[in-house]
Design a protein around this ligand. Structure first.
Ligand code: FAD
Length: 322
């Protein structure tokens, strides 16, 4: 059976959820071989093995933290070459974060392959893996296959369920020689964002978003209260962000972040095409809007016509009571 390389997104050995989702998808098209780089790479092995990695290629070097993405591209290229030389490689899967997409694009160029970004599903096909994407502001769903080289595919968080699938997970050291370009851009400092204690927006299973209808920065407290009762992340429409009510890092949409949670709750958001572009692939969509004609109601699974200042606190109380 062909192997599938899965790029591991981890923080000091703690594997992030989108990587575990990639392992679920990878098993549909081949045998997952994980590539873990940087500080704590070896510590990822047990978790990766529990989720189906037959092998874990690791390489720890300070270059991964000290420089931008190129050392990681060097390492993935080395992994592609080593797996291809030993057998057959069906695909390379990378999480669709900003960094993941840059790594994937550079890798595809290096190895002369086609690339598919922001896939929301993946299945085996007669002529290679077939990826599903949501395109043109989520107006269409397309299925595509790469016809040139080893497919490089980035997958959006929450596109698959995390599944336990115990496998060998044998750890093997990857041999990497860094290119000159790898040391081109040095990281001179890192400023961690103040933690809100809420999940990362793009990875959250539930997102509660507020729009212009929230009518003020201080009123976002009711959106946050609902989010906290559900263990959710908080999102915002561009109107709310442009008004200065919520940080741009929380904007959902075409010029913000793209989310695909199990549950998306839009409060006081009209449902403009640019907002839909960032949330339409959510599994279940709920909208709270006082205008029954608001376009958001065209795409919801459940709609509440009402004033969010009544509905959202009542919902929060109901969730807390359960
Ligand atoms: P509005 O459209 O003003 O809607 C507010 C809604 O709140 C209304 O439906 C109203 O009925 C409801 N409401 C008001 N009061 C209450 C209440 N008390 N209770 C319940 N409901 C209430 N937008 C994004 O969101 N993300 C993007 O990334 C993005 N990118 C863009 C890129 C470009 C190039 C352009 C041109 C636009 C972009 N936009 C984006 C903006 C987008 O077109 C809309 O203007 C924006 O999404 C509107 O935000 P909103 O729904 O919060 O506000």
């Amino acid at each position: 059976m062909a192997e599938v390389l899965v790029y591991v997104d981890h923080v000091d050995g703690a594997v992030r959820k989108p990587t575990l989702e990639l392992l679920t998808l990878a098993r549909r098209v081949g045998e997952p071989v994980a590539v873990a780089l940087g500080n704590g790479a070896g510590d990822t092995a047990a978790t990766l093995a529990e989720h189906g990695a037959v092998k874990v290629l690791t390489h720890e070097a300070s270059e991964y933290a000290d420089y931008l993405v190129v050392p990681k591209v060097d390492a993935l290229q080395a992994a592609v070459e080593s797996v291809s030389a030993a057998g057959s490689l069906a695909a390379v899967l990378v999480p669709s974060s900003a960094e993941g997409k840059e790594i994937a694009a550079r890798l595809a160029l290096r190895i002369g392959s086609g690339i598919i970004t922001d896939a929301v599903d993946l299945e085996a096909g007669d002529e290679g893996p077939v990826a599903t994407q949501s395109v043109f502001a989520a107006s269409y769903t397309t299925k595509s296959r790469i016809s040139k080289g080893t497919p490089v595919i980035t997958v959006k968080p929450n596109s698959a369920a995390v599944e336990a699938a115990p496998a060998a997970g044998a750890v093997e050291a990857l041999t990497v020689s860094f290119s000159d370009k790898a040391t081109g851009t040095k990281v001179t400092g890192r400023t961690p964002r103040e933690s809100t204690g809420r999940p990362e927006l793009t990875e959250a299973a539930i997102v509660v978003s507020g729009g212009r209808g929230v009518n003020g920065a201080e009123n976002f407290a009711i959106i946050e209260a609902l989010a906290d009762s559900l263990g959710a992340a908080v999102g915002a429409s561009r109107a709310a962000v442009d008004a200065g009510w919520y940080p741009h890092t929380n904007q959902v949409g075409q010029t913000g972040k793209s989310v695909s949670p199990q549950l998306y709750i839009a409060s006081g958001i009209s449902g403009a095409i640019q907002h839909r572009a960032g949330m339409q692939t959510s599994k279940t969509i709920v909208a709270i809007n006082k205008d029954a004609e608001a376009p958001i109601f065209e795409l919801v699974d459940y709609g509440v016509v009402g004033d969010l200042f009544d509905v959202v606190p009542a919902l929060t109380e109901e969730v807390k009571a359960r």
